[in-house]
Design a protein around this ligand. Structure first.
Ligand SMILES: C[S@@+](CC[C@H](N)C(=O)[O-])C[C@H]1O[C@@H](n2cnc3c(N)ncnc32)[C@H](O)[C@@H]1O
Ligand SMILES: [Mg+2]
Length: 248
């Protein structure tokens, strides 16, 4: 965490952390600035639960992920972490924005959910392995991405999975996510995303493979600007998710 920004292994940008610390207080307000993430959660939680259950051959039940350890890297104030804990997983969640972790801890306590929250970066869990690593809506905010992805991959236990969700980098994603999302519809605060930090599915697959994982499947995520609802699609040209596994 304290390494200088020029350190080629350092994944955290001070500017990003400042932005996310400022958003922490309203993180859990479904009508506040984080509302798109709340909407997205409604789509991705069932996707994650299904992909993980399928991979581990688990039967769907009230606690479909019971017994699995999950790392939620870049957890924010815990939207996905809490959903995973409710699904029965043993959750460790890490974020470099101190205020996010404070809000996350407070919220989980009020919900009576036991989640291990850590203020730190991927290095704070480098010595540990998990059945599931969730790396969702984070990589487009990270410095030195290859090193970050190598560290995330190393946290996946043998037989485990990682799910990466991010934004593709092409003309359409610039138009939709930056111009549409930040300037026309103004769903996201201006400056939320830097287009050059978006990652193509090919780049994500290459980094997953370099970390010893095998990409299994991918899905696109579409958003309807009128209903503001998210849905799964085969089109990965803007938002997408990739599931990858480490063989035993
Ligand atoms: C768009 S939010 C996504 C939060 C959460 N993953 C979700 O999808 O609900 C991005 C999060 O990534 C965190 N972040 C930024 N840089 C990071 C880094 N280098 N390593 C881990 N997390 C980081 C931010 O603090 C922020 O909480
Ligand atoms: Mg983002």
């Amino acid at each position: 965490m304290n390494a200088p920004a020029s350190d080629p292994r350092m994944s955290v940008s001070a500017e990003e952390i400042k932005r996310y610390n400022a958003l922490a207080a309203t993180w859990w307000d479904p009508k506040g600035p984080m509302w798109p993430l709340h909407r997205l959660n409604a789509l991705r939680v069932p996707f994650v639960v299904e992909a993980v259950s399928e991979h581990f051959g688990l039967k769907t039940s009230q606690a479909p992920l019971k017994g699995l350890t999950v790392l939620d890297i870049g957890c924010g104030a815990g939207l996905l972490s809490e959903a995973m804990a409710r699904a029965g997983a043993v959750v460790t969640a890490v974020d470099p924005a101190q205020r996010n972790i404070a809000i996350a801890m407070e919220h989980a306590a009020a919900e009576d959910l036991a989640i291990e929250y850590i203020h730190g970066d991927i290095d704070s869990v480098a010595h540990r392995q998990f059945d599931v690593v969730l790396n969702m809506e984070v990589v487009e905010h990270v410095e030195n991405l290859d090193a970050f992805m190598a560290s995330c991959g190393a946290c996946v236990a043998g037989g485990g999975v990682q799910i990466v969700a991010t934004l593709n980098r092409n003309f359409k994603s610039w138009l939709f996510a930056i111009i549409g999302g930040e300037y026309v519809l103004r769903w996201l605060p201006k400056g939320t995303h830097q287009w050059r930090k978006f990652v193509t599915p090919e780049e994500t697959r290459r980094m997953l493979t370099a970390a010893g994982l095998t990409p299994l499947k991918s899905a696109g995520v579409a958003v309807n600007p009128f209903t503001r609802s998210y849905s799964l699609t085969d089109d990965t040209s803007v938002n997408y998710m990739i599931v990858a596994a480490r063989h035993d």
